[in-house]
Design a protein around this ligand. Structure first.
Ligand code: ZN
Length: 392
């Protein structure tokens, strides 16, 4: 979700919101979706191959449009043309970000059936006869597929404008549709953060999030239980013969549980970020590079990642209310500094949960002390910048 000021009246901002609905396609509609996924992969690969060929021959970057391929590949005409146009847009965008920042984004790759996401995107077009995509009481109307049955967990507001949809099939065989809506909203007055209304947050692997006031946002216990179950299933899977019937059943069970945990986690992150964004005027966090943290701790992946997602949720939920998410530099010694007297120690052992300041004798909880430093530094940073802006 993002927002920008362009295209809106004075004092208003254009905002986007996404609604994810479960689809229940008929067998014919499911087949059409599968064909569309396949055509999207096909057109992406053809355009990418041609782009590379043109570049070798002419030293120019050029991506042909999908229309060029329709005569030699007539099956492309059977799916929603909008989905193919979107592949063209996505490939152009992938090249744009690659040229701008080749180290971060990498060259666009060919898509394989086994690894590529099964998804397509289509934009809504509003004609005098009506829009091409719209929701009904218990479904959504799409080009080519017609009305697909769907379940809504919440309803769109009447003033939202449907911009585009992305239809995807998960690995567990469920179909979902993400609907992007656009609407305008009055921009709230920016509020300067008062120290008593500002929260400092420290991320840690052990307890997810600790606030400077001592509150912890630990993920609920059932999340841990689900994860233990997942580990057990994985172990069982590794002992089975791939390709056997038992293996297939266990693999599906594993994928379902995996999906369930991802949903549980997202729910938790949404609830926590809403609670914090609504309750405080500003939030300070450290701009941690989570991949780097995992490397330091020699972990293959950040277990229960989600802090990056959490940070983004906090950012837009605060921004909607004119509040700030203040990010402190990731190399600030927030763990090693005594929040009482300001003394910076050389190191605090990785495993120490509490420590005593050698200078002032204060007893610190490692996480709470760090959160306090993050808050103090964030506020100092905010007011420094404001002073700079005022003097400029
Ligand atoms: Zn001290």
């Amino acid at each position: 979700m993002a927002w920008k000021k362009r295209g809106a009246a004075d004092g208003e901002a254009v905002r986007y919101t996404t609604l994810k609905i479960r689809l229940y396609p008929t067998p014919a509609q499911a087949e059409l979706f599968e064909n569309t996924f396949g055509c999207c992969r096909y057109i992406w690969n053809r355009m990418l191959a041609d782009e590379q060929r043109f570049y070798l021959e002419t030293d120019q970057h050029f991506i042909p449009t999908p229309a060029k391929y329709k005569n030699e590949a007539p099956f492309l005409k059977e799916v929603d043309n909008q989905a193919l146009i979107q592949e063209h847009n996505k490939l152009s965008q992938a090249f744009r970000v690659f040229f701008k920042n080749p180290e971060t984004f990498g060259h666009p790759n060919f898509k394989r059936k086994k690894t590529a996401k099964s998804a397509f995107t289509a934009c809504n077009h509003v004609f005098s006869s009506g829009p091409t995509i719209y929701t009904t009481r218990d479904g959504i109307r799409m080009t080519k597929a017609g009305i697909v049955k769907a379940k809504f967990s919440r309803r769109p507001q009447a003033w939202w404008k449907l911009r585009r949809i992305t239809v995807e099939r998960t690995k567990t065989g469920k179909y979902f549709c993400s609907i992007v809506y656009e609407y305008t909203e009055k921009v709230p007055e920016a509020a300067a953060p008062a120290p008593e209304a500002t929260l400092g947050l420290k991320y840690s692997l052990a307890c997810f999030c600790t606030a400077d006031n001592g509150e912890r946002s630990a993920p609920p216990r059932w999340l841990k239980r689900s994860r233990e179950k997942l580990a057990k299933l994985q172990k069982r899977l590794s002992r089975m013969e791939p390709g056997s019937r038992n293996y297939g059943e266990a693999a599906q069970k594993y994928r379902l549980l995996h999906e369930h945990i991802a949903n549980q986690r997202r729910d938790f992150l949404h609830k926590e970020s809403s609670r914090i964004a609504n309750g405080w005027n500003a939030v300070c966090v450290r701009n941690d590079d989570l991949r780097e943290m995992a490397r330091e701790l020699r972990l293959a992946s950040v277990p229960d990642a989600g802090f990056g997602m959490f940070r983004e949720m906090l950012r837009y939920k605060l921004a909607r209310q004119g509040k700030a998410l203040i990010e402190v530099g990731r190399y600030a010694p927030t763990t090693r500094t005594c929040s009482a007297c300001g003394m910076v120690r050389d190191a605090v052992p990785h495993k120490a949960k509490t420590w005593i300041c050698p200078k002032c004798g204060a007893v610190h909880d490692r996480e709470i002390n760090a959160a306090k430093n993050i808050k103090a530094q964030g506020l100092a940073q905010y007011f420094d910048r404001q002073k700079l802006r005022e003097s400029a």
